[in-house]
Design a protein around this ligand. Structure first.
Ligand code: GCU
Length: 382
């Protein structure tokens, strides 16, 4: 709440016009890096599958090829399910780990060949993984009047370090000039960018309510969802599910995964500059509560799990709470609790938080809360 020149932020306009852009720049420079472009001029959409009677007649389904370049050297498949009786639908948008065919049992979902440096690549490129991901209760989501849209993070950028040759880096990094700068985007930046490209399509499709898009993500993809929601104000609600270090958890606590650990195990996730803060978290010009504050005044939900200490649940709660003053300055409710709530006790202001029992990952309990949170906030908004 203090600008770089020392001025205190005392007015909503000062936050939105001065401090927020400053913090965004700090995250671009020191943490996630900078994307070299927004929506590519050459991007195009091809709806290659449309079915009015998907999931035993319960849903309308579409598959869209989103080409990032003219000839589609880089592209992603977006899979969309819509509740037939409430179109245009608000929609949950999330990236998935395994491929679109892993989140739905339907045989028509296209399997894309996956680049990978592990045996999982072969598994996720084959029929063996169809329906493998059980964390998305499609029918329940549809029955509550929400649509669901998803793309595989690996279409945007395969998740292994190859010196930024594959994925969108390989295609667009030449825009930086000869050398890749130390604040060039890493993989999390690329995945966040891909979420915005999915939204570019959603905005053009009249079956979807482009003004009610909830971006959510689990774990590394929760980090990407927060970064996407922070940068792209078209996302109406942002949800972080067990996102941990580099996501909702405060780096300065050094509890569970630390900056050094994450930069060592995943050298491609953040920008090069972030490595300067290995064991020097106190020198970071930002911490993750400021990432959450960038989402204000839009609703944001942070969810932790009690056995998931690697993600530092308390650090996630404290970050959500520390974003509260910005929400209040902007006339919103913030997070209406001062101490960490008991297990399985969701708190929902404009900032939402829960810690559920169990381990890392996305459960039906989480989904129920996210839909309650979206119901509440969309009702308030319309
Ligand atoms: C690892 C990593 C985390 C990440 C998680 C995941 O545990 O250390 O930062 O969130 O993988 O994406 O599942």
């Amino acid at each position: 709440m203090t600008c770089l020149d020392g001025t205190k932020v005392t007015h909503p306009d000062m936050w939105m016009k001065r401090r927020r852009p400053e913090i965004l720049e700090l995250f671009r420079t020191h943490v996630y890096g900078r994307a070299p472009l927004g929506k590519p001029e050459e991007a195009s959409f091809e709806v290659f599958d449309e079915n009015e009677n998907a999931l035993d007649g319960k849903a309308k389904r579409k598959q869209v090829l989103i080409k990032f370049t003219k000839n589609g050297e880089s592209s992603m498949d977006l899979l969309i399910y819509l509740p037939k009786n409430s179109i245009p639908a608000p929609v949950f948008l999330m990236l998935n780990f395994g491929g679109n065919h892993t989140v739905s049992p339907e045989p028509e979902i296209r399997i894309r060949k996956r680049q990978s440096n592990t045996p999982w690549g072969e598994f996720f490129s084959s029929e063996k993984s169809r329906g493998w991901d059980r964390s998305i209760p499609l029918e329940k989501i549809l029955s509550r009047g929400y649509g669901f849209a998803t793309a595989c993070y690996s279409d945007i950028d395969p998740d292994f370090h190859d010196g930024f040759k594959n994925g969108v880096h390989g295609v667009f990094d030449s825009l930086f000039g000869e050398e890749r700068p130390p604040d060039a985007w890493g993989s999390i930046g690329a995945w966040a960018w891909g979420l915005s490209r999915a939204l570019d399509y959603i905005e053009t499709d009249k079956d979807l309510d482009g003004e009610s898009v909830i971006v959510m993500g689990v774990s590394r993809l929760g980090k990407a969802a927060l970064w996407a929601g922070a940068q792209d104000e078209r996302f109406s609600i942002v949800i972080s599910n067990t996102s941990g270090c580099g996501g909702a958890a405060l780096s300065r606590r050094r509890f569970g995964e630390t900056v050094r650990m994450i930069n060592t195990a995943f050298p491609h996730w953040f920008c090069e500059n972030f490595k300067k803060y290995n064991d020097r978290e106190d020198e970071l010009p930002v911490d993750q509560h400021m990432l959450i504050a960038l989402i204000a005044p839009r609703p944001v939900y942070v969810a932790s799990a009690d056995e998931d200490l690697w993600c530092d649940p308390r650090g996630e709660f404290l970050a959500a709470k520390a974003a509260d003053p910005v929400y209040r300055l902007l006339g919103k409710e913030g997070l209406p609790i001062d101490e960490m709530p008991p297990l399985n006790y969701p708190v929902m202001g404009t900032i939402g938080y829960h810690i559920r029992s169990g381990g890392h990952g996305l459960t039906e309990y989480d989904w129920d809360r996210y839909m309650d949170f979206a119901d509440k906030n969309f009702k308030n908004a319309h």
